[in-house]
Design a protein around this ligand. Structure first.
Ligand SMILES: Nc1ncnc2c1ncn2[C@@H]1O[C@H](COP(=O)(O)OP(=O)(O)OP(=O)(O)O)[C@@H](O)[C@H]1O
Ligand SMILES: [Mg+2]
Length: 277
């Protein structure tokens, strides 16, 4: 089985994908490619078909027409090879409430026949800031902790391609930033990430390429700069820069802003709090 591919071959290739549920045409010819080691955001409103695309790419659902390949394998003809190449973090957290965080990780590590499951679990708990909570039942975790554990579980076995279906829906701003940081780290280590989101800022912050799925087709697909060029440049206006609600929230609760996460210099939380007075 070939496990390496020429770099020119995309990690994900989708061409003419179609899917209907009875008479409802959800996908009407979807095309896109995702380069290896990149973060690709599939944007769309509720019901646009994002989860349907992810489910087809992860072999949970068969397409009616078109072609899709993941890590070089056709999803219909080589489902087992596709499944060995991916992990899926679904729209709804798939962690076991009754087990502890560490036990959840151990379970997946054993299922995937990973060597040294204990040390793999401990390393992931550390990486996702869950070391202290590792021995607690997941039923006591916050939404953000569950999501981080869910993503940690999907990394076991180092799959080259990861699908994250709405990874930050329902999370508070701090937890979102933590998940974003985890996604960036994945891509910097060479993992290909396809994520779906309804949050425009999430795509803006994270994605190398963004595609908008609407009425069953990809309306646009490009880098943020390319998408911005689709509209005429805005007229220059001089306005006083007001803090965003996110700045206020994070200054008061002591988290980092998206800019700080990206290493851009910004005023510290204390200064921002003072400006509010
Ligand atoms: N098993 C199913 N049977 C019938 N219709 C379905 C089924 N699954 C999805 N649909 C319909 O297909 C459309 C696309 O659903 P899908 O879940 O892919 O959208 P989505 O973009 O992921 O939406 P959301 O943002 O709400 O998660 C919706 O109209 C949905 O009602
Ligand atoms: Mg969905």
């Amino acid at each position: 089985m070939p496990t390496t591919h020429p770099p020119a071959e995309p990690a994900i290739h989708v061409a003419g994908l179609e899917k209907s549920y009875k008479e409802v045409e959800v996908l009407r010819g979807v095309d896109f490619d995702v380069a290896r080691g990149s973060i690709f955001a599939l944007l769309g409103s509720n019901g646009a078909g994002k989860t349907t695309v992810v489910n087809i790419l992860s072999t949970l659902l068969a397409a009616d027409a078109g072609a899709a390949a993941v890590n070089g394998w056709d999803v219909a003809a080589h489902a087992a090879e596709v499944r060995a190449s991916i992990s899926l973090t679904g729209q709804f957290a798939a962690v076991d409430e009754v087990l502890t965080g560490r036990e959840n990780l151990l379970l997946v590590a054993r299922l995937r026949h990973v060597e040294g499951p204990g040390s793999v679990a401990d390393a992931l708990l550390e990486r996702f800031a869950l070391a202290e909570a590792g021995a607690r039942k997941v039923s006591t975790y916050s939404g953000g902790m569950r999501r981080r554990l869910d993503i940690a579980m999907s990394l076991i076995g180092d799959p080259p391609v990861i699908f994250l279906d709405e990874p930050t829906t329902g999370l508070d701003p701090e937890a979102r930033l933590e998940v974003w940081q985890a996604v960036r780290e994945l891509a910097s280590n060479g993992t290909t990430v396809l994520l779906t989101t309804q949050y425009l800022d999430e795509a803006e912050q994270l994605a190398d390429r963004i595609a908008i799925l609407h009425h069953g087709r990809i309306l646009v697909d490009g880098t943020l700069a390319e998408l911005k060029q689709l509209l005429p440049p805005a007229q220059v206006e001089y306005v006083e820069k007001q803090p965003t609600l996110e700045d206020v929230f994070l200054a008061l609760v002591g988290g980092q802003t998206a800019e700080e996460h990206q290493g851009k210099p910004v005023g510290n939380a204390h200064d921002q709090t003072k400006e509010l007075r």
